[in-house]
Design a protein around this ligand. Structure first.
Ligand SMILES: Cc1cc2nc3c(=O)[nH]c(=O)nc-3n(C[C@H](O)[C@H](O)[C@H](O)COP(=O)(O)O)c2cc1C
Length: 163
């Protein structure tokens, strides 16, 4: 069966809620096998065995969160040249910006020659003070819907082979 890998990292729950919303919508779309993987648990084999990808993570210190970056660092050369052309989408969760993480993630995927099949949403949680940043996040319905759309789009597209 065609496989969608959803690979995510989250510290205060925002990216996790987005990844879970995408997962649920992809499951409801049906027709694809979904692998839901924390970035710390994911490796090159998971990338090789999937037909498409959804990456979800926060921006931390104007970059992809370190755990997610470590996943890319660990897998980049292992799969380079072996996943070219496969579809992906991504979601960035950010306190107030997110642009650098988005650019960085898209650059990595461009290096892999993956095919981005949707714009990368930046979900801004409006956290700028220490207390806001360290608090558990609750993602709003409109942003969850964006994540659902990405999950459903990837699942449906993979199933019928439009990418
Ligand atoms: C160490 C640290 C650095 C951060 N740096 C940024 C940043 O550079 N830009 C930004 O928009 N948000 C930044 N944030 C805010 C997070 O992106 C935001 O809290 C987001 O909700 C985290 O996602 P998560 O809930 O999935 O962990 C930072 C948070 C932490 C903990």
């Amino acid at each position: 069966m065609t496989t969608l890998a959803i690979i995510w990292y989250s510290r205060t729950g925002g990216s996790q809620q987005l990844a879970e919303a995408a997962r649920k919508a992809a499951e409801e779309a049906g027709g694809v096998d979904i692998r839901f993987l924390r970035a710390e648990d994911a490796g090159p084999q998971d990338l090789l065995e999937a037909d498409g990808y959804l990456f979800a993570c926060p921006e931390n210190l104007a970059a992809i969160a370190g755990v997610m970056k470590a996943f890319f660092d660990r897998t980049y050369y292992e799969v380079l040249g072996r996943i070219e052309g496969r579809p992906y989408a991504a979601i960035i969760c950010a306190g107030s910006d997110g642009e650098n993480a988005k650019a960085q993630l898209e650059r990595i995927c461009q290096g892999w020659r993956l095919k981005r099949v949707a714009d990368t949403p930046i979900v801004n949680v409006g956290a700028q003070t220490k207390d806001e940043i360290l608090a558990d996040k609750t993602i709003g319905e409109a942003e969850l819907e964006q994540a659902r759309e990405l999950g459903a789009t990837l699942a449906a597209g993979l199933e019928i082979g439009v990418f």
